[in-house]
Structure formats: structure tokens, C-alpha cells
Design a protein around this ligand. Structure first.
Ligand SMILES: NC(=O)c1ccc[n+]([C@@H]2O[C@H](COP(=O)([O-])OP(=O)(O)OC[C@H]3O[C@@H](n4cnc5c(N)ncnc54)[C@H](OP(=O)(O)O)[C@@H]3O)[C@@H](O)[C@H]2O)c1
Length: 300
């Protein structure tokens, strides 16, 4: 109850700041300052599923973990568990269906940390239910939550990640990739949750390749991956399919991209580099995606 009221007040504050033109910031928890030499890792969507497991693993390795999601109760449970071990953590609530929330998250990270060694863009919403929704900013919901929000967050944190090199960006995508129809990016015709999820995951890979090229020589390693097929997480439960892989297998694949000996600019199917959908490599499509994403998020 207390957490719900705090969350509602935080969301109202973000809306008020957006209205007044001032960047909103989120409240940080006290008592979990990172040590000057401690690795700082932001894992979006770490209140459950794959992100939670990766957050725990990084905490147990002594990192400071910036835990993110919408659900404060689950977020604080992750923070408490990490703070009880060798690592430390803080939770920040932000709904990726709102660009104001994403900006508030980025401003808070820039306020509270002077380094960011790893950014894992993991938060996502799956293909079920098979319904078309719009985000607070009026865009197709999955395209915003899974792609535009991490595009914006990464842009806002790019300088900090670059200043923290050697550093890494890991984009948690999927093998479920659908080409973007440039005449109907917001899927107003022939909608399916599967198509919406798939195009958001393909867009994430295009952005990975762009970022890799942009940051070449900077010491920032950028990769994307399919972590594992049908892990028993929230989105797979909503889909109603029988899980085929464990969350541990997916976490192993993410950990490889966080700390393994890999080259950048690749899409991995779990532990192995693999060619993604052809549209992700097409220069014309990448240019179109880049331009649209910059316009919609008002960022570069
Ligand atoms: N499960 C699989 O088999 C599978 C396969 C391929 C790829 N993936 C990818 O793996 C990633 C993690 O998914 P998962 O399987 O672990 O699913 P999950 O258990 O449903 O976790 C999703 C995470 O994203 C957060 N999230 C969802 N909607 C959000 C929103 N609007 N704003 C902010 N955060 C939001 C959730 O936080 P709250 O609950 O706190 O909102 C949660 O922490 C996703 O990118 C997914 O596409 C999963």
C-alpha cells in the first residue's frame, strides 16, 4: 500500500516536471552508495525473470546494480537480496510506455552515478495478449516499450557509458524478428502481438549495429542476443506455452556479453554469433529506423 502510494506520487511528479519543462528525477534509496572502484551495472527490467537473475549474478560478483522496473515491491526485494551479499543495489521505477519516465530514469542515473560500466537493455513486453495498445506518447506499445524507450535511454546515457570505457551495452533481443513495414510502423492494419513484438526486437538489433559503428574505437562493446527460447518468465506464462529453457541458460548468454571475450556489433543466439533478419543489416532500413527513432524520441 505504502509502495503503491509512493509510486503514484513519483509518477505524478514526473508528469508535473514534464508539464513545467524541467527534467524529472527519481528518488534514490539511501545507504547503498557504490564504492569508487565498484563496477556499476544498470539492468532494465530486473524486477523479474531474466533481468532479475542477471542482477543477482552481478550482485554476487560484487557489482553495484541499478535495478529497474515498474513494480517497486519486487524491485526492492531484489535490492534487499543484493544488499545482503557482496554487491549493492538501488531500485528506480520507470514505465517505459512513457518517454518522460525514461528521461527521469536517465537523469536520476546521471545524478547518482559518475560511472556506468554496463547497460543491459532487458526490459520488455512479450507478444501476449494479442491486443493492440498505445503508449502514453501515442505509439504502438511494444515498439515503444521494447525499442524506442531503450533507444532513448541509451542515447541519454551514452556519454557516461563512453566515459566509463572499457564498458558494454547488451541489448536483449530475440530470434522472433519481424520486418518493419515502413508504411505502417505502428501496425494499425493486420495487427498481431507476435508481429509487434517481432518488429521491436528487430529494431533493437538495427540499433545495436548502429551504436557499434558509432562507438567504434571508444572502448564500448555493443552486442545483442536471443537469450534462450521460452524461459519460464512472466511473458512466457502470459503466452501459455510450455517453457523449453531455464532462466539460468538465458542468464549465461547475457553474462557472456557482459564479461566474456567477444567482439562487438554482433547478434548472438544464446552463446553463438548468428545472422539476424536481413532487414537489420539493410543500410536503407537502418537509416529510416534511425531517423524515425530520433524524431519520435527527440534524441540522437
Ligand atoms: N522469456 C523468454 O523465453 C525470452 C526469449 C527471448 C527474449 N526474451 C527477452 O528477455 C527480456 C526479459 O524478459 P523476461 O522473459 O525475463 O520477461 P518478464 O519476466 O516478463 O520480465 C520483463 C521485465 O521487463 C519489465 N517491464 C515490462 N514492461 C515494462 C514497462 N512498460 N516499463 C518498464 N519495465 C517493463 C518488467 O518489470 P515490471 O514487472 O516491474 O514492470 C520485468 O522486469 C525481454 O526483452 C524479452 O523480450 C525473453
Amino acid at each position: 500500500m505504502y509502495l503503491t502510494i509512493r509510486n503514484t506520487l513519483a509518477m505524478m511528479l514526473i508528469a508535473l516536471c514534464a508539464w513545467s519543462g524541467r527534467p524529472a528525477e527519481l528518488v534514490a534509496q539511501v545507504g547503498s552508495e557504490p564504492e569508487p572502484d565498484q563496477q556499476v551495472v544498470l539492468i532494465t527490467g530486473s524486477t523479474s525473470g531474466l533481468g532479475r537473475e542477471v542482477a543477482m549474478r552481478m550482485g554476487s560478483r560484487g557489482a553495484h546494480v541499478v535495478v529497474h522496473g515498474r513494480d517497486e515491491e519486487r524491485g526492492m526485494a531484489v535490492v534487499d537480496e543484493i544488499n545482503a551479499g557482496p554487491g549493492s543495489a538501488r531500485f528506480y521505477a520507470a514505465d517505459f510506455a512513457s518517454f518522460d519516465n525514461v528521461r527521469a530514469l536517465a537523469h536520476s542515473v546521471l545524478r547518482d552515478y559518475d560511472r556506468l560500466d554496463v547497460l543491459v537493455n532487458n526490459a520488455g513486453f512479450g507478444s501476449a495478449p494479442d491486443e493492440r495498445w498505445e503508449s502514453e506518447d501515442g505509439h504502438e506499445f511494444r515498439f515503444q516499450v521494447n525499442y524506442l524507450a531503450p533507444f532513448l535511454l541509451t542515447n541519454l546515457l551514452k556519454e557516461l557509458v563512453t566515459a566509463s570505457a572499457p564498458s558494454r551495452v547488451v541489448n536483449v533481443s530475440s530470434l522472433a524478428q519481424s520486418p518493419i513495414d515502413w508504411d505502417d510502423v505502428m501496425i494499425e492494419k493486420n495487427f498481431s502481438g507476435r508481429r509487434a513484438y517481432g518488429q521491436s526486437k528487430l529494431a533493437q538489433i538495427g540499433h545495436t549495429l548502429d551504436l557499434h559503428e558509432e562507438l567504434a574505437g571508444s572502448g564500448v562493446l555493443v552486442n545483442a542476443l536471443h537469450p534462450a527460447t521460452y524461459m519460464p518468465t512472466g511473458m512466457v506464462q502470459r503466452l501459455g506455452v510450455t517453457p523449453r529453457a531455464t532462466i539460468g541458460e538465458g542468464a549465461n548468454a547475457v553474462m557472456q556479453l557482459i564479461m566474456g571475450d567477444v567482439e562487438g556489433g554482433q547478434f548472438f543466439n544464446q552463446l553463438t554469433p548468428q545472422r539476424a533478419h536481413e532487414q537489420a543489416y539493410d543500410p536503407g532500413s537502418r537509416q529510416q529506423l534511425r531517423q524515425l527513432s530520433r524524431e519520435l524520441t527527440r534524441s540522437r
